[in-house]
Design a protein around this ligand. Structure first.
Ligand SMILES: Cc1cc2nc3c(=O)[nH]c(=O)nc-3n(C[C@H](O)[C@H](O)[C@H](O)COP(=O)(O)O)c2cc1C
Length: 216
């Protein structure tokens, strides 16, 4: 049985455009994998705390020496890490906020990227612990940035995922979300068309698509 980890990062919760695309992709994946399990991590429901010096000390402390507070911090980090270990597929919403990634996604990375736990340094560079997984990233943004030097957030996400061993990453863009209705619908339709391509099963289920994608 396959497991999909859905990570919703939009500050707009279920109304976020990236969350909606995540949902559509997951519905398509469920149609193709009826026995599959979907695990949802939604930052709007469960905020991820910033990594502070105290929290980082909890990672460094030996398990048997951790205080009760440090044990909680380490257990939280380990629960996030285990969710990824158990997933075959990751689906990540990636809104662009002030040219960056959502700050809680950075905090999530900070709790998951742990030297000696999720990656280790070798003579040929770091080697990640999460091998053989596939990630789909839904990158939503108000403007048009793909391929330009304003799109550093996608490189950042690819670099982080690569560090922890996730190198098979497809980024699906929905751009122009803030450029008027026509541009917005075109951006969404393009992303939805890719979801259909990725899972032919979804094409048979028109309820999953917006009118624009149906007409395309
Ligand atoms: C706080 C904030 C900052 C934003 N910064 C940018 C930006 O730097 N560049 C851009 O193209 N769009 C920017 N936008 C627009 C969002 O990227 C766009 O609304 C996108 O759909 C957000 O994804 P979401 O709906 O999943 O949250 C910003 C929106 C918000 C709310």
């Amino acid at each position: 049985m396959k497991t999909l980890l859905q990570i919703n990062t939009s500050i707009f919760a279920q109304y976020g455009q990236s969350t909606r695309l995540n949902e559509q992709f997951v519905a398509a994946w469920k149609a193709a994998n009826p026995q599959g399990e979907v695990v949802v991590r939604d930052f709007s429901r469960e905020p991820v705390p910033h990594l502070t010096g105290e929290r980082f000390q909890a990672f460094l402390a030996k398990a048997e020496h951790r205080t009760p507070t440090q044990q909680q911090v380490a257990a939280y980090s380990e629960s996030l890490i285990n969710e990824i270990h158990e997933a075959d597929v990751l689906v990540i919403g990636l809104p662009m906020y002030n040219y960056g990634i959502p700050s809680m996604l950075q905090s999530y990375f900070d709790h998951v990227g742990r030297a000696g736990v999720t990656f280790r340094y070798t003579e040929t560079g770091p080697v990640g612990a999460f091998q053989g997984k596939k990630a789909y990233v839904f990158a939503t943004r108000g403007g048009m940035h793909a391929g330009s030097n304003r799109d550093s957030q996608v490189d950042h996400v690819r670099n982080f995922l690569g560090l922890v061993g996730i190198v098979d990453v497809e980024v699906i863009y929905a751009e122009g979300m803030g450029m008027g209705d026509v541009a917005k619908q075109a951006g969404i339709a393009k992303a939805e068309a890719r979801i259909v391509e990725l899972s032919p099963v979804v094409a048979a289920n028109e309820r999953l698509l917006t009118p624009v994608a149906r007409a395309a």
